[in-house]
Each structure stands twice: as C-alpha cells, then as structure tokens.
Design a protein around this ligand. Sequence first.
Ligand code: NAD
Ligand code: MG
Length: 367
Amino acid sequence: MLPDRQGMSLKRVALLGATGSIGRQAIEIISARDDLDLCGLMSGSRPLDALGAANGTAHTQIGGSAVSLLEACEPDIVLNAIVGFAGVEATLWALEQGVTLALANKESLVAAGELAVAAHRRGGGLLLPVDSEHSALFQCLEGRDPQTVEALVLTASGGPFRGRSRGDLAHVTVAEALAHPTWSMGQKISVDSATLANKGLELIEAHWLFGIPYAQIEVVVHPGSIVHSLVRFRDGALLAHLGIPDMRVPISFALGYPDRPALAVEPLDLSGGLDLRFEAVDGETFPLLPLARAAGERGGTAPCAYNAANEVAVAAFLEGRAGFLAIADTVAAALDEVDCSPARDLDDLVAADAGARRAAERRVVLG
Ligand code: NAD
Ligand code: MG
C-alpha cells in the first residue's frame, strides 16, 4: 500500500473480468474513490486499451493466466469478477499470497473449495464476498460466536420462471431465460438464476466461506430481492440484511472494508410498504438446486464437476444447441459418470474440470 499526497493510504486494486457486469460497476466505484487505484485490468477477450488509458492503468491483459498479471501489478486487493472456472487460478493466488480477495467469481470457490480454504489459512489475508447474499451473511455473522449460529438462510428471487412447472419449461427461449425479474447481470449467471443453479453454486460457496455444514444452510424463495439473506441464531433471533437489489452495494462494501464508505444508491422506501413474501423452493421443477446440495455433500471434486457440467450445458443452451431442461439433465448425467476423488492440487482440479466437461459435452451431443 502506498501513501498518497495527503498521507492517506492508497490501495492498489487488480480488477479481473473488468469488461463484465460486475467489472463495469466496480470501475464506477473505484473511479469515484480517491483511496483506490486501479493497478491492473483483465478481460477474457475484449480489448482493454481504452479502459486502461481512461484509468491510468499500466498493466492490462486479455486472456491467459491471471497470475502473470497479478505478479506484475502487485495489488493490495484482487477483485475477481471473471466468470466461470477460469477464475480459479486468481482466487488461489490471492488466498495463497494473503492479498485481500474481493470475490465475485463464486465458481472458483465451488470448484476449489478445499484448496481455497487451505490456501486462505496459509496466506492469512482477507476473503470478502461480493455475491450479494454472502456479503449479507458476512455482515450478519461479523463478530458473532459461531456456536450461536443455528443456520444460514440464503434468499433466491426464484428467477424468471418462478411458479412454472417442469413441463412449462421445455420450450422456453434464451431471451426468456435472460430476463431476470430483479437483477441485471451477465448472461451465464442470468441463466443460472433461471435454473436455480446460481443458488446451488451459492449454497456451496456459503459452505466454504463460512465453514457451515450443508444441513445448516437453508434456501428460501423471496421474489422481492429486498432481504439479501438471513442468519438464524440459537435463541430464535434472526438477523437479516435488507436493501434494494444493487450490486454496487456489496462491491463497494468489499472494496472499502472495514470502512463502509458512502455510496449514492436509491434509498429503500419503507413507508411505501415492502414485499417481504417468502416461499419454499420447488426442487422438482428446478433440480439444479438439490443436485448442488448432493454434490456438496458428496464432496471431493463433485462440486467442481457440477460447476463444469453446468458451464458446458449453459453455453450449449445459449448457443441454441440444447434446450432449457437439458441443462439440469446434462449436469445430473455428468455427475453420475465422473469419479469425484479429492483434488490434491490445481492440476488435479483442472483434470477433474476437464473430465466433467467431456462428460457433459457427450451428453449435450446425445441430447
Ligand atoms: P460477465 O459475463 O458480464 O463478465 C465476465 C467477465 O469475465 C468479462 O470481463 C470477461 O471478459 C471476463 N472473462 C471471461 N473469461 C475470462 C478468462 N478466461 N480470463 C479472464 N477474464 C475472463 O459476468 P458477470 O455477470 O460480471 O459475473 C462475473 C462473476 O461475478 C461471475 O462469477 C458471477 O457469478 C459473479 N456474480 C455476478 C453478479 C452480477 O450481478 N453480475 C452477482 C453476483 C455474482
Ligand atoms: Mg448472488
């Protein structure tokens, strides 16, 4: 960390996935803050020249290994907003180095949970969730004795197909799946929200972030997306985190931690009445949530395989090669096929990811 001209500490932020939905919102926040300096930018394939020039960022990289960019730009904070398993190297690097990790890329924690927890223990840095539910849980749990926690309650909007039956979903289009009722996000997470795989990934993410057994993590549908998640304590009290759905809030919280800097967002109007409806998840119509729970309980590389197969199936759906219902069928078939022994290192994980991708591709081709 470098002192700036006023003697204030200037934190260097490496932003990975800079051209995406989270990345663009993060740039807006970082540009408005004079204690944050964008030291590195990375995208998958989109050009970064204009973004780098506008932000005075010396280190930019398109594709390849995030580690080379991170070593070159020496960040104090890594904001990992890459989509998919491609984010795993950056997550493990930041945790191992003890560099603060602001984590949007949930897939890396799902795929590499055990390795990530071990790297975090060795590195000793901060791991701050950017996912809105986990940011909410982190804040409700902060400073509490883990013994007093009975359960975590993740809220799910239910996505665009809430209330539909499985039969209704056979012919839904990509455009319908991308039309999320409360959040505007990248394509992959939007489809994951429509299948509830997103909540499945978040269940596994919560398990590794907070070290809570799956049996103590509940999921409930809350269509209003006002309550971002809750914690049940052993005395019957529940703490909840509320706010309008706006990803800039958890991004800003993670980048400013522990200072909670001011942020101009729409205030939550309480006098107008809040929609605080909650309902049970329909696991029959949305099997990717129960499948994630089963993969989490199975352990080893099962969550990695779940994630890999889901990435393949979502890509096939977006490309028009598979129907909506095929996404869950593909993940279930791939999980039946793969061996899920634990990964000892990143190479094992990469092999498990590749094996599950092959199994899922075969399934997509067979239909
Ligand atoms: P997006 O598709 O809008 O952006 C993805 C970014 O990752 C892009 O900048 C892309 O260039 C980059 N990328 C893709 N492959 C890459 C690679 N191999 N190497 C480096 N960069 C690569 O996605 P998003 O909606 O911003 O989501 C990003 C992550 O944040 C996902 O893991 C998602 O689950 C998580 N997340 C997003 C939201 C949201 O509101 N968008 C909310 C919570 C969590
Ligand atoms: Mg979320």
